[in-house]
Ligand binder design. Structure first.
Ligand SMILES: [Zn+2]
Ligand SMILES: [Zn+2]
Length: 281
C-alpha cells in the first residue's frame, strides 16, 4: 500500500544563495512535519557564469556542503526527524556535463534547471529581479522560445537530471510586464513530449505562489499536459529561507490530485524513488 509522505524536494541554504544554514532549514522541516527533505543548493558554476560565486557553491566549499548535509541528516534521524538528502540544483548550459559529473559526487538527487538564456545579441539570467536586461532586449516571446529549446536540451543531457525543476520558469515576470504574447500551447506540447520521451520527472513548485504572478510552476495547462503524457512529479518549495521550507506542499498535493495525478515520487538516501499518495484515499 503506497504511503502519503510529506516531502520537500527543493531547498537552498547559505551554502549557495539561501539565507539560512542547513541546520535551520532542517529544524524548520522537522517543525513542518516533513518526512523527507532534499537539500539542493546551486551547483558550482564556471567562472563566466558566476565569477564571484554569488548564486552557486564555490568549488572549494563543496566538501563542506556535503559534510554539513550528511551531518544534519544523521542528527535529524537520531531525533526522529526528516530524512535529509544531499542534492544539487544544476544549471544546464552547453558543455555542463563534465562539470556536473566532477562536482556532484555523492549526490542522491540532481535537479536540472534552465536559468540562463542566450539569444541573438543578449544573454543572461532570466530570473534575476534586479536585472531584467534579457527580457528587455529579447522580449518575452523570444525568451520563451530560447528557454524551451534549452529546456529540451537539458532533458536530453547525459548529465541525466532526476527532476526538471520549475519547468516554466519563463513565467517569472509575467505579472510584471514580461508575459508572452505568442500561443504557448505548441511550446507546452513540446515540453511534455521531451519529458515523456526522455523519461524525466518534473517538479510541481510552490515558489511561484510567493511571486507576483502567484501561481504554481508549471501553469495548469502545462501540468495537465505532463499528466496526460504520464510524466511523474515531485513537489518542492524552492525555499531560500527557513520560513519557506514545506511552503504550500499540502495544497500542492491536492492541486496535483485535482489535475488527475494519483502519486508523487519521493527519493530516499538509498537511491530509491518511492511512489507516494497525494491525498489519503
Ligand atoms: Zn531554480
Ligand atoms: Zn532553486
Amino acid at each position: 500500500m503506497p504511503r502519503l509522505l510529506n516531502a520537500d524536494c527543493h531547498i537552498h541554504s547559505e551554502h549557495s544563495d539561501g539565507a539560512d544554514g542547513v541546520f535551520q532549514m532542517v529544524e524548520a522541516g522537522a517543525k513542518a512535519g516533513l518526512d523527507v527533505m532534499v537539500m539542493t543548493d546551486h551547483l558550482t558554476l564556471p567562472y563566466e557564469l558566476d565569477p564571484t560565486s554569488d548564486v552557486s557553491i564555490p568549488v572549494a566549499q563543496l566538501p563542506f556542503y556535503r559534510a554539513d548535509v550528511l551531518a544534519m541528516d544523521h542528527l535529524s534521524r537520531s531525533k526522529g526527524g526528516p530524512e535529509v538528502l544531499l542534492g544539487f540544483e544544476c544549471d544546464w548550459y552547453p558543455g555542463c556535463e563534465g562539470n556536473i559529473e566532477r562536482w556532484t559526487v555523492g549526490a542522491k538527487v540532481l535537479l536540472g534547471s534552465v536559468h540562463w538564456v542566450s539569444g541573438e545579441g543578449s544573454e543572461g539570467w532570466m530570473d534575476d529581479d534586479r536585472d531584467l536586461h534579457v527580457w528587455e532586449e529579447l522580449g518575452a516571446d523570444e525568451v520563451w522560445r530560447l528557454y524551451v529549446d534549452a529546456w529540451c536540451r537539458a532533458c536530453e543531457s547525459p548529465a541525466n537530471f532526476d527532476v526538471m525543476a520549475h519547468p516554466d520558469l519563463a513565467r517569472r515576470f509575467e505579472a510584471e510586464g514580461h508575459a508572452a504574447t505568442i500561443d504557448l500551447a505548441p511550446l507546452y506540447d513540446r515540453m511534455a513530449e521531451c519529458a515523456h520521451d526522455l523519461g524525466k520527472r518534473v517538479e510541481l513548485s510552490t515558489a511561484g505562489l510567493r511571486k507576483p504572478f502567484h501561481d504554481y510552476y508549471p501553469a495548469l495547462a502545462l501540468l495537465e499536459r505532463f499528466r496526460r503524457a504520464e510524466v511523474p512529479i515531485t513537489i518542492g518549495s524552492d525555499a531560500h529561507v527557513a520560513g519557506d521550507v514545506a511552503f504550500g506542499l499540502a495544497d500542492a498535493r491536492r492541486h496535483a490530485y485535482e489535475v488527475g495525478y494519483r502519486s508523487q515520487q519521493v527519493p530516499h538516501a538509498d537511491g530509491s524513488w518511492e511512489e507516494c499518495l497525494l491525498v489519503e484515499e
